[in-house]
Design a binder for this molecule. Sequence first.
Ligand SMILES: [Zn+2]
Length: 231
Amino acid sequence: MAAEQMVAEYIAEAFGTYSRRRSVPEVRVCFYPFVRLNNTIWLRNSIVRVRISDILADAPADVLRALSFILVADLYRRRAAKRLIRLFEDYVECEEVVVAIARIRRERERLTTGSHQGEVYNLKQIFARLNRQYFGGGLRQPRLSWSRRRRLDLLGWYDQELDEIVISRLLDEHQVPGYAMDYVLYHEMLHLRHPMQIVNGRCHYHTPAFRQDEMKFDRYEDALKALLQLR
Ligand SMILES: [Zn+2]
C-alpha cells in the first residue's frame, strides 16, 4: 500500500479516537520535501490536509500510525498517548533520520551562493521593482540568491523550507534581456503569492490561478522566447 494511503487510514482511525464528529472528514495526505521534520495537519471545509516530511516516507507503519495520532490529537488540542509519542520520538531521533535531515539541508544549501548581488543583475533590486509593479509592494521578501551552477534545466526555484528564491546564474549575463530575467523572478514570486495546494493527495504548485497571474507579466511571450534561446 502506498504510504499516503496508509497514513490516510491511520488519520481516519485517529479521528475516531479524538473527535466527536460522527463522520470522518475526507483525508488528503501528501509527502513533502521538507528540509526538517515538519509535519502539519489542518481541517477546513470538512477536508483534512496532512503534509508529512518525505524523510518519513519509508518509516515503519507503526511510526506513521503514531504520527497520525499525534497530529489528530494536536488538531483537537489533546495529547496522544505517551506510548505513541515515545514511539515516534525514538524513531526520529535515531541516527539514520538525523543524518538524513542534515544531509538534505546541506545538499539544498550547496545549490546556492547565498548572495543576491550578481555580476549584471541584483536580485534584491529586481524583487523590489517587481513587487511594486505587480504586487502593490505587498509581497514579503524571502532570501534571494544566485545558484552556484549555471543551470539550464532549472532557471529558478523557491525553496519553501529555506525560505529562499534561487535564480540560475545562467541568467546573470549581459546577453540575457532584463525582461527575461524579470520574468523568471516574477514566476518565483508567484510561488509566494500562491502556496502549494494538495488535490487528491498530490501536490500542485502551478494552479490555474497561478497560471492566470503568470500571464499578467508585461512581456510574457517575449520573455518565454528569450528564455528558449538560452544555452
Ligand atoms: Zn514554478
